[in-house]
Write a protein that binds this ligand. Sequence first.
Ligand code: ATP
Ligand code: MG
Length: 393
Amino acid sequence: MRFQSFLIKYGEIGIKGKNRYLFEDALMRQIRFALRDVEGTFKVSKAQGRIYVDWEGDYDYDEAIECLQRVFGIVGICPVIHVEDKGFEELKKEVVSYMDRMYPDKKITFKVESRRGKKSYPKRSMEINCDLGEAILNAFPEIRVDVHKPDVLLNIEVRDEIYIYSEIIPGPGGMPVGTNGKAMLLLSGGIDSPVAGYMVSKRGVGLEATYFHAPPYTSERAKQKVIDLAKLVSRYSGPIKLHVVNFTDIQLYIYDKCPHDELTIIMRRYMMRIAEHFARENDCLGLITGESIGQVASQTMQSLAATNDVCTMPVYRPLIGFDKQEIVEVSEKIDTYETSILPFEDCCTIFVAKHPVTKPNIGKIRKSEERLSEKIDELMKEAIETTEVIVVK
Ligand code: ATP
Ligand code: MG
């Protein structure tokens, strides 16, 4: 069957008044962006408090659905067929034929629900429901009506043309990106941080990202992997401005001056400081990490407190209560898993101690950092100034 449009269902409660327009406009913008590479010509419009995507001529149905399923804010996608208004008898035939093609097996229950958008239409909604229901019952002896819990809810919308739909393909839910500001994701090549970015973005937050690498200890391929991950996340979040920071000199300096069991924590504190610098510079309202309590030594409650100690912006950790397996499931769902597990070195794993502290004392960590006072400001400045910016989309 050829569907001429999609009715987009969105359902966040609490989008009232002015917020409703912001939500709808952002949703329409994100839909246009998501569909930009799909073959075919489409128009996104809003009518009577509903959003439609209308297609002209041929288009790739499966690809269009796949793209729409990545637009946050969409709860359901209903493929719609349009029929010309050639009188009620013709409509009956169209509806019977629609039911026949959509549901080859007629051992189902149904209910007709019509909306009269065009008030000049000669029949009222109740009448349309009854008369179309009757036509369907007459055409298919096995089919039954169930007004409470029908298998198929057949929707009829009378507009200039008549719209028929009954299928709802689930969307990702959430809120349209751009309705809740922007945040800075600390993006590594691992499994967790892309998932963390996805989850915050799902609530309507645009993303930028910061990646720390340590050439020549980490390779060009490790960097490319992070760019690829950013690209995969951007299919949901929209374009991501990725800041690639050369962290080598800072890491070597920390390695040289600080107790080795504290390396990871101190390194993480400098990452947060630098990421926060770029966050401020780019109007981000918070930082995002892929940390989860107790996953590794640097993510115990004490370690998280020590890392958090240097941040003045809120740090969002959407995976904080997730087990690894739960994170893996999301990464598989959003298609980042296969890329995340490619075996390239990460800067964190190169300079780690054999026995890192698991319960760091913040006072002691601050004291250790004093040993860096001579050169660290200069190294931070240089790292910031030499950062490469890549816009990923
Ligand atoms: P991930 O799977 O996201 O790499 P992880 O389990 O390896 O996480 P850590 O290495 O302790 O955990 O990192 C915790 C968080 O710190 C990451 O989720 C990420 O947000 C950030 N992070 C770690 N390494 C880097 C890096 N090289 N560049 C940017 N952010 C990083
Ligand atoms: Mg990591």
